[in-house]
Design a protein around this ligand. Structure first.
Ligand code: NAP
Length: 254
């Protein structure tokens, strides 16, 4: 079930990492609201982008635009966002969702792993927000949602770099909220717990069972749960909420 927010109709919202998992569901949720959904895709994923465009239009998106960029490539992001704004006007919502995890014990952590995790999960979100911010100033009721993780709050074995990237997003979110609040630009972070996607499919069964036994609500989360919260935060239904960190984890953090 997805709640409806009338003000999301025609709202131009950019979602990164929309090809699958949580980002895909957020895009679908926005399409059902009648938003103009903007998503990114990477080189070589043109087919995925074309299929997603069709799917989102069928679901009710007022418009759909795929932008080709990798969140680790600043120039690609600048060009793609600039071209979009020239044609359609300023982006009014941003969901920094693209992310990677590479679980490994601290003992075996390589500098190259730290670089790729931080540049995708943290620097990517920071740069894209920075690039969009000049256009946000010309838009109304802008809302930014950064997809962090409860791991960013509580840490986790084998996820030191991932946890650091997600904790970094929280400081970033609060700084953006303070810096841009006077322009009515909001920024919030969400911290999903264990959500069933490709990212968590990769975990061993033993690890999944351990998580499950620690979740008071007794089940893994669904990407739709995250889509619902994200739509709420993008809409004016949450107009007085900024700089917040919202856990959505079935009670895993308690
Ligand atoms: P997923 O299924 O692995 O999907 C990741 C998405 O990010 C894909 O669309 C992928 O695109 C995109 N992406 C990765 N690197 C990128 C890059 N350099 N440039 C552009 N796009 C890139 O992950 P998910 O489980 O849906 O997770 C989405 C977000 O939620 C992540 O930030 C993750 O850390 C966070 N999160 C997930 C969970 C969970 O339990 N699943 C819990 C807490 C937080 P391609 O298809 O091109 O690879």
């Amino acid at each position: 079930m997805i709640a409806t927010y009338n003000d999301l109709k025609n709202k131009k919202v950019l979602v990164t990492g929309a090809s699958r998992g949580i980002g895909l569901e957020i895009s679908k949720g926005l399409a059902k609201q009648g938003a103009h959904v903007i998503f990114n895709y990477r080189e070589g994923k043109e087919d995925v982008a074309a299929a997603l465009t069709e799917e989102l239009k069928t679901l009710g998106a007022s418009n759909v635009t795929g932008l080709k960029f990798d969140v680790t490539n600043e120039d690609e992001m600048k060009d793609a966002v600039g071209e979009f704004v020239k044609e359609f006007g300023p982006i009014e919502g941003l969901v920094n969702n693209a992310g990677i995890s590479k679980d490994t014990l601290l003992l075996r952590l390589k500098g190259s792993d730290i670089d790729s995790i931080l540049s995708t999960n943290l620097k990517g979100a920071m740069m894209l927000t920075s690039i969009c911010s000049r256009y946000f100033l010309k838009a109304e009721n802008v809302s930014i949602v950064n997809v962090s993780s409860i791991v960013g709050l509580m840490g986790n074995v084998s996820q030191a770099a991932y946890a650091a990237s997600k904790a970094g997003l929280l400081g970033f979110t609060k700084s953006v909220a303070k810096e841009l609040g006077s322009r009515n630009i909001r920024a919030n972070a969400i911290c999903p717990g264990f959500i069933a996607t490709d990212m968590t499919d990769a975990l061993e069964d033993k690890a999944k069972e351990a998580y499950l036994s620690s979740i008071p609500l007794g089940d893994f989360g669904k990407s739709e749960d995250i889509a619902n919260l994200t739509c709420f935060l993008l809409s004016q239904a949450s107009s007085y909420i900024t700089g917040e960190v919202i856990k959505i984890d079935g009670g895993l953090y308690i």
